[in-house]
Write a protein of this length. Structure first.
Length: 115
């Protein structure tokens, strides 16, 4: 059983093939745009996460450095070396932890506790 193809049959198959190719192309474009949207959202989230991590770490290190600087200055002018440095580094460490907890939203802000 051989099928004979006439000019009209080829046009019909060609038109059917073109229609299916156009539908496939549309689906591929939808998938590609959805993937691009997901990729953009992921990049946005990761850059926000990096920014938050950098902010929290700088607040923590800033507290320790500030405490160490104050302790060094007290030791230098009062002659109590190394006790001022030790005490104020520990106080800076505690202040850094409180700043990180407050920034991360795990601790109430001071003004909210007073209300």
């Amino acid at each position: 059983m051989q099928t004979q193809q006439s000019g009209d049959g080829e046009d019909r198959e060609s038109g059917d093939l073109d229609r299916r190719l156009a539908a496939l192309d549309a689906k591929l474009q939808q998938k590609a745009s959805a993937k691009a949207d997901e990729s953009a959202a992921e990049n946005s989230n990761s850059s926000t996460s990096y920014g938050n991590a950098f902010r929290l770490s700088s607040e923590f290190i800033g507290g320790i450095v500030t405490g160490g600087l104050i302790g060094y200055l007290i030791d230098h002018f009062a002659g109590t070396s190394p006790w001022g440095l030790i005490v104020f580094i520990l106080l800076g460490f505690v202040a850094g932890i409180f700043n990180v907890l407050r920034s991360a939203g795990m601790m109430a802000k001071p003004e909210a506790r007073l209300k």
